[in-house]
Design a protein. Structure first.
Length: 245
């Protein structure tokens, strides 16, 4: 029942804080995400990591939320912080910026239509780990590789082990975003290549974004040991006869 403890506390409106003290960073996030699978919401988790510690330490006038005249301690990520593929881009400490990973100039994620063809593809993932897939094609027969560096991109895709194209080009910051470059063919020739984003990135394109069922929580036993009772024992009067006190 341990993973469900936090959601049970929240359900009973019992205030609590979460700390990483005594755990490794990887273990902390793994355990926290597991607690969320057992019912802890993102809002409750965020509050327990920010607002509640400041409240318990009686420094909520300085920390815990982003407000005027408070200390500016916060992080910037490329995905919701509680997702397993989220990466920390910046860490701000007392108003000072510390860049851990450079933020991309343009978020290229979304659905694209290739000019002069009936092929559409979408780019998803995080800004650090982008993935491209072509719509309407069996993934088992298709291999797509995408590499983005600043405003340059390299896209390759194969169907049934036959290379359909290798494209190199640049990313525009127009609206909608456009990918413009050259397609290099196996015979050594090349041709102009152009794709335009027809749909921005949305939640339904995220990897592993599924509605997971809440794991079943075992019953609370009294006492909380093996073979305990499912209900608190009822106090009863007991008479001892023929004993020596």
């Amino acid at each position: 029942m341990a993973p469900a403890n936090l959601s049970m506390l929240a359900k009973e409106s019992i205030e609590f804080a979460i700390t990483s003290e005594g755990t490794k960073p990887t273990e902390f996030w793994k355990n926290l995400r597991k607690a969320m699978e057992y019912g802890l919401t993102e809002e409750q988790a965020l509050s327990a990591l920010t607002i509640m510690p400041a409240k318990f330490l009686q420094i909520e006038d300085k920390l815990g939320t982003l407000e005027k005249d408070k200390i500016a301690n916060f992080i910037i990520t490329d995905a919701p912080i509680f997702e397993s593929n989220a990466n920390i881009l910046e860490n701000w400490i007392q108003g000072n910026q510390y860049v851990l990973q450079k933020s991309p100039e343009v978020d290229v994620r979304g659905t694209y239509k290739i000019a002069n063809s009936n092929i559409s593809f979408f780019i998803k993932g995080t800004t650090k780990n982008l993935k491209a897939e072509i719509e309407g094609v069996d993934k088992n027969n298709l291999e797509v590789k995408l590499k983005v560096e600043d405003k340059l991109f390299h896209l390759r895709y194969k169907l049934n082990n036959e290379e359909l194209g290798s494209i190199q080009g640049y990313i525009s910051n127009k609206n909608p975003i456009q990918l413009t470059g050259k397609m290099y063919h196996e015979d050594g020739t090349m041709s102009d290549w152009f794709a335009e984003r027809i749909k921005p990135f949305s939640e339904d394109l995220k990897d592993g974004k599924k509605n997971k069922e809440k794991p079943e929580i075992g019953k609370l036993l009294y006492p909380f040991v093996a073979y305990g009772n499912e209900e608190l024992p009822t106090a009863e009067d007991v008479i001892f006869k023929n004993v020596t006190a």
